[in-house]
Design a binder for this molecule. Structure first.
Ligand code: ADP
Ligand code: ADP
Length: 233
């Protein structure tokens, strides 16, 4: 059973009188334990596709089945439920609570899942150890480096054991050495069995994955291992 099965998905936005089509008939199949990067220049439809994959928005037409669940017809609250159950998000800006400790940040999604405090803390600690922050659990994000903050965000994304890790420009706010460390972390998680979709505009970051999906003007123009440089540029 694929994690992501999208068929002929179109998304258009109404801007005043004009209809802007951001995605034209995109089809995408992602199996368990794949590591896929989605790359394209600004305006190619990455955010739109990311929002659809992440169940933050619904397609205008086409079919999307996430972890066996058809989602195109669901209402907002059903979408939110599917999203919380199946997807862990990582963003460029970390999106952590600045006044909460690393442990509390990571445990937060488990509150919504209705898990009791001792169990939340046990699982959050386990995830922080996994990302190499076992010695920093009582630190606040402001007391940590960008790379450490992103690792907290990764731990938070994984604490609910999602079917998919969805990362949007996760290295966009980091220097090149820290970016490489975060990419190494994604590779380790992938080797441990995780399914990852990473959206980026950076060919250097995309090149690190085994499968690259290249978007241009709302269409997939390449999908395979190691996209040629001429397509990426
Ligand atoms: P990218 O993330 O690759 O920069 P986007 O998905 O943000 O691309 O945008 C693709 C196209 O869709 C652009 O022309 C953009 O202006 C348009 N677009 C994206 N989101 C909206 C929206 N909410 N309303 C109107 N147009 C949008
Ligand atoms: P990114 O850096 O991820 O490409 P964008 O600037 O393309 O970010 O888009 C940021 C957010 O704004 C996205 O959620 C996108 O859907 C929305 N958006 C993009 N273009 C437009 C637009 N023309 N009108 C309204 N919303 C837009």
């Amino acid at each position: 059973r694929p994690v992501i099965a999208m068929r002929d998905m179109t998304k258009s936005y109404l801007m005043g009188e004009t209809r802007v089509t951001a995605l034209h008939g995109v089809s995408l199949l992602v199996q368990r334990n794949e590591f896929v990067t989605i790359i394209g220049p600004s305006g190619s439809g990455k955010s739109t596709l990311m929002n659809l994959i992440g169940c933050l928005d619904r397609p205008s037409s086409g079919e999307y089945i996430l972890a066996g669940q058809p989602i195109a017809h669901l209402n907002r609250s059903q979408l939110a439920q599917i999203r919380n159950r199946h997807i862990g998000f990582v963003f460029q800006g970390f999106n952590l609570l600045p006044r909460a400790t690393a442990l509390d940040n990571v445990a937060l999604p488990l509150i919504y899942a209705g898990i009791r405090r001792s169990e939340r803390e046990r699982r959050a600690l386990e995830m922080l150890k996994l990302v190499g922050l076992g010695a920093r659990i009582h630190h606040k994000p402001t007391e940590l480096s960008g790379g450490q903050q992103q690792r907290i965000a990764i731990a938070r994304a994984l604490v609910t054991q999602p079917s998919l890790l969805l990362a949007d420009e996760p290295t966009g706010a980091l220097d090149s050495r820290t970016s490489a460390e975060i990419m190494e972390m994604f590779h380790l998680l992938h080797q441990a069995g995780l399914t990852i979709v990473l959206v980026t505009h950076d060919p250097g970051i995309a090149a690190a994955a085994l499968r690259q999906v290249v978007l241009r003007d709302g269409r997939i123009i390449y999908d395979g291992p190691k996209a040629p440089a001429s397509i990426l540029s």
